[in-house]
Design a protein. Structure first.
Length: 477
């Protein structure tokens, strides 16, 4: 019997299932009895409504539950079950059991049955294939997560990329059978997406082929620069979006509207605007991050809001990048905003300065939506949008063409306009390389550099006039 390896050949996880108790004389569960939010679960109407309650959804207390029988089960998922030669469609299988051992035994039994039938005439039943692109990609990401090279949020993002590749046939068939033309066709189809999406797909495929070559699974690496005709990253049909920032007038309009219209989001928006911090960094701030450095008050950035492997918003242990660890100066306007935020801070288990009214963490989408509403009300970058109602009718709505990352760009643009050198801005923004700052804000710097060089033209013109007058007087004498 072949030894299958978890993470490479299969995954297994524990899950909970609930069945309704038809007749029960049990007392009401202690959690439900003390709950003050019965409207959430419609007074415990059924499993569907009770799953709306986070406490009930995650509960595994079978002994005290008066509504359901609660069972723990295990589910094994085959990662590299092949494809049907009749249909050409990928085959996926799951095996469940009361114990981990039972689920794995079912998986092994199915695998052995497939091996016995290898070489026989294909009847359309699934075949286990050799290692596929998706298998290798998942293995790479699992190792990176285990070694701490990527965090849970990065792991989840990379899994999304792999899932996108898995929808194409190149993801499921044995990597040895994938042709160079098939990969080029896949990347060609991806050109309808943004450049950033294409770059992610290309990176995953390149890393997979490098790993497959290292393991001796393939004889040729189509992505190797030394290959006679290597696969190159294609260009997107979409035009890259340039960095956008609020103009000085829009910047003023936003600050004025916020000053006159109180909102629970105002302090968050202003901190982004006055410091250039990423929204995730702002939403992860604690009072302990406000430090004194010499005579200055600064923010010490050490973490950011992120997502766990299952997509839940959490406070990360590290910032977005290694260079994200930095100290940010608090200018006078930012100090006032932060002082107000500390006064309004709601006690919460994470000790986070900016939280919802119930003490739970914000997610970036909430702040982005709030910023759009505020900008619309302030008359900034108004756009018309259409929304389809439940009855199928279309209504015209007003919105604003803004997003929270524009606040960071706006801060950077104001710095450039004020004459802040690019190497200083690099440190303030937490860019790992100065080239990132140049690539992002180079056009703005070029504009202001040209304005500064105009001073040279004016200076030389004045010098020439002065000397012309001087020599003309000498000639007259």
């Amino acid at each position: 019997m072949k030894k299958l390896i978890e993470g490479r050949d299969y995954t297994i996880h524990k899950y909970t299932t609930k069945d309704k108790r038809e007749i029960t004389n049990r007392k009401i569960c202690p959690n439900c009895r003390e709950c003050e939010h019965r409207k959430i679960c419609s007074n415990r109407a059924n499993l569907y409504t009770m799953n709306k309650c986070e406490i009930c959804r995650n509960c595994v207390d079978n002994e005290n539950c008066d509504k359901f029988y609660i069972y723990t089960r295990y589910k094994a998922n085959v990662l590299h079950l092949g494809y049907s030669e009749k249909t050409g469609k990928p085959i996926r299988k799951q095996f469940s059991g009361k114990t981990k051992e039972e689920a794995l035994q079912k998986l092994y039994d199915s695998y052995d049955e497939v091996i016995k039938n290898k070489g026989k005439e294909d009847d359309g039943s699934p075949r286990f294939c050799e290692v596929s692109i998706v298998n290798i990609a998942i293995d790479i990401e699992e190792k990176k997560l285990k070694k701490g090279i990527t965090g849970p949020n990065g792991y989840k993002s990379n899994k999304d990329i792999i899932n996108r590749i898995a929808k194409n046939r190149i993801g499921d068939i044995p990597i040895q059978n994938v042709t160079k033309k098939q990969i080029e066709n896949f990347l060609e189809d991806e050109r309808k997406n943004a450049s950033s999406t294409i770059a992610k797909d290309y990176r995953v495929l390149r890393d997979v082929y490098k790993e497959a070559m290292r393991k001796g699974l393939i004889k040729e690496n189509f992505f190797d620069p030394n290959y006679h005709d290597p696969i190159e990253k294609p260009k997107s049909f979409k035009q890259d979006k340039k960095v956008v920032a609020l103009t000085s007038e829009e910047d003023y309009m936003l600050r004025r509207y916020i000053k006159e219209n109180p909102s629970q989001y105002n302090n968050i928006i202003l901190i982004c605007l006055f410091t250039g911090m990423r929204i995730g960094e702002v939403l992860a701030l604690t009072p302990n991050d406000i430090v004194r450095y010499n005579d200055d008050v600064m923010i010490q950035i050490t973490r950011t809001l992120t997502k766990s492997k299952d997509g839940k918003v959490v406070v990360g242990d590290v910032p977005k990048t290694k260079n994200g660890i930095r100290k940010v100066d608090l200018r006078p306007d930012a100090k006032v905003v932060l002082e107000n935020a500390l006064k309004e801070m709601i006690p919460n288990e994470n000790n986070i300065i900016f939280t919802q009214k119930n003490g739970k963490l914000y997610n970036e989408g909430m702040i982005n939506s709030a910023f759009k509403r505020i900008a619309k009300n302030a008359g900034i970058r108004i756009i018309d949008t259409k929304k389809k109602k439940v009855d199928g009718s279309i209504v015209n709505l007003k919105s604003s063409d803004v997003h929270t990352h524009m606040l960071r760009h706006t801060f950077a643009t104001r710095c450039i306009e004020a004459g802040v050198p690019i190497h200083v801005l690099q440190k303030v923004l937490g860019h790992a390389k100065i080239q990132t700052t140049i690539d992002t804000y180079g056009d703005i710097y070029d504009y202001f550099r040209q304005k500064e060089m105009n001073k040279y033209d004016e200076y030389m013109a004045n010098q020439n006039r002065r000397f012309e007058e001087k020599f003309e007087k000498k000639n007259e004498e």
